[in-house]
Design a binder for this molecule. Structure first.
Ligand SMILES: Cc1cc2nc3c(=O)[nH]c(=O)nc-3n(C[C@H](O)[C@H](O)[C@H](O)COP(=O)(O)OP(=O)(O)OC[C@H]3O[C@@H](n4cnc5c(N)ncnc54)[C@H](O)[C@@H]3O)c2cc1C
Ligand code: SF4
Length: 472
């Protein structure tokens, strides 16, 4: 373990942020890293618990106490090897994972968990800086061809695992660049895109072929992919957004978050927007409907574009400031969290529903809202209006887009409209066709997508070869 008395002697220290007034002037990452010596001290706090509860929180089964110990003993290279043995993209999760491992850490019982995410990120970043992350080219090729539809974290993780197992892997992506939501959803200020690009380069060197600008089900049939490959893995994400079908929804200036966010990511990376209408928050009063991650990303992007004000409405009641540890630990607690974007100056309001959008000359100018009670019932007489020139709908995603590929393959769906497949073999109702990530489990997290990509790769390799050495 780290230092036996480390958790008693050393206070938790985590990365800090550039001040809000500075960071909203640019789209770069603004996390201030902890020095290597301090990361080593933080790793010393790990108690190497008999039951490492951090493991119960981590969907990719990161061997957290092991690499904490390695970092404490300054054996960074072996720590990086260990970390990569369970997680294909720790530099990604080290930046944007909500860190359920820290919520589950024994030291979180008194609110001072080991700074696991910061240590993870430091190991991954150092591995790149030192040149330890190299392509792992397989010694032999199997001659089997696998098609993967969608290049988000699920598709990327699966592609990397399957290429390393010697298969000929082809990733089909409808967008111009690979990465899925890592590239087009998550803003640059949370994660810069060189992070995705250098992994894509590594994977190309390992034998993965990316076919971008190919919309499966439109430019090429899924049936053809099925015919031409030994296995097809669908990792197309859960892209069907929840809408707000109230009066005035069609006014100009009311947009889905995912029509707004990808535009800014394209601007930052110099990718042309094409002939779509630009959506900008510059000089506008912005209202974001929806209190989750996507809503936060809309807030941070709006401030950086120069919004006059940003309000965020959440339909659910405000959660408590602190969880009841005795009831929740080691599980993910429901408590009030303030994202870095919200802390940049958003006005948040809870228990609010939008009844209609009001406008002038076809453009949105106001929202008419009503407050809700604890049972989400409207409180008569609590109506109020909110000025808005731009409304961003960030109320989550219902399921994958079913038009096109999913309908063409006539795949069975689960009750929520996701592609039906279990977590053991990831097989869909169609022979040779597998599904993983948000397309299978519904809207989720990057770390779950990585886990599903890895597990689906294990399942596919086993079907193709009759056995597999890929970890689950
Ligand atoms: C704005 C936003 C911010 C988020 N922030 C975080 C965060 O901070 N931390 C976190 O853990 N999670 C976050 N998430 C959730 C996380 O991004 C997703 O859970 C994760 O990316 C899912 O991975 P995936 O590979 O299953 O799908 P996706 O990342 O959605 O990738 C699916 C890919 O498939 C492609 N595709 C779909 N259909 C086709 C087709 N027919 N043909 C070809 N290509 C196709 C899409 O273009 C896309 O590139 C966020 C989500 C959003 C929307
Ligand atoms: S639960 Fe926390 S202290 Fe215990 S092994 Fe995991 S990281 Fe270390």
């Amino acid at each position: 373990m780290g230092k036996i008395t480390g958790f008693l002697e050393i206070d938790r220290q985590d990365r800090t942020y550039e001040p809000a007034a500075d960071r909203i002037r640019h789209f770069r990452e603004f996390l201030i890293p902890v020095s290597e010596a301090d990361v080593t001290r933080q790793a010393a706090r790990c108690m190497d618990c008999g039951i490492p509860y951090c493991h119960t929180g981590c969907p990719v089964n990161n061997q957290i106490p092991d690499w904490n110990d390695l970092v404490y003993h300054s054996d960074w290279e072996v720590a990086a090897e260990n970390l990569h043995s369970t997680n294909n993209f720790p530099e990604v999760t080290g930046r944007i994972c909500p860190a359920p491992c820290e919520a589950a850490c024994t030291l979180n019982i008194d609110d001072n968990p080991v700074a696991i995410k910061t240590i993870e990120c430091a190991i991954a970043d150092k591995a790149f800086d030192e040149g330890w992350v190299r392509p792992q080219v397989p010694d032999t090729k199997t001659g089997k061809r696998v098609a993967i539809v969608g290049s988000g974290p699920a598709g990327m993780a699966a592609a990397q695992q399957l290429a390393r197992a010697g298969h000929d892997v082809h990733v089909y992506e409808k967008q111009a660049q690979p990465g899925g939501l890592l590239r087009y959803g998550i803003p640059d200020f949370k994660m810069e895109k060189y992070i995705v690009e250098r992994r894509v380069e590594q994977m190309q060197a390992e034998g993965v072929t990316f076919h971008c600008n190919v919309h499966v089900g439109r430019d090429i049939t899924a049936t053809k992919l099925q015919r031409d490959h030994d296995a097809v893995l669908l990792t197309g994400g859960a892209e069907h957004p929840r809408d707000l079908e109230v009066e005035g929804r069609d006014l100009h200036g009311v947009h889905f978050a995912m029509n707004f966010l990808p535009q800014q990511n394209r601007r930052v990376s110099g990718e042309p927007l094409g002939d779509i209408e630009p959506i900008l928050a510059t000089g506008k009063q912005v209202v974001v409907i929806g209190g989750g991650d996507t809503g936060s990303d809309c807030i941070g992007t709006s401030f950086r574009q120069g919004a006059v004000s940003v309000a965020q409405l959440e339909i659910l009641p405000m959660p408590p400031d602190m969880e009841n540890k005795a009831l929740t630990w080691p599980h993910w607690p429901l408590k009030l969290r303030t994202s870095s974007s919200q802390a940049e100056g958003a006005q948040r309001d809870f228990s609010v529903a939008t009844s209609r959008f009001l406008g002038m000359d076809g453009k949105v100018t106001q929202l008419e809202c009503i407050r809700l009670d604890g049972q989400l019932k409207p409180i008569v007489g609590s109506e109020f209006t909110l000025p808005a020139d731009l409304v961003l709908l960030a109320m989550g995603f219902l399921h994958p887009v079913q038009e096109g590929m999913v309908k063409e393959l006539k795949l069975d769906l689960d009750q929520r409209g996701n592609v039906k497949a279990n977590e053991l073999d990831y097989r869909t109702s169609r022979p040779k066709v597998f599904a993983a990530g948000d397309m299978r489990r519904g809207q989720s997290l990057v770390v779950w997508a990585i886990r599903e990509g890895r597990q689906a790769a294990h399942a596919i390799d086993k079907v193709l070869m009759g056995k597999t050495d890929l970890p689950r």
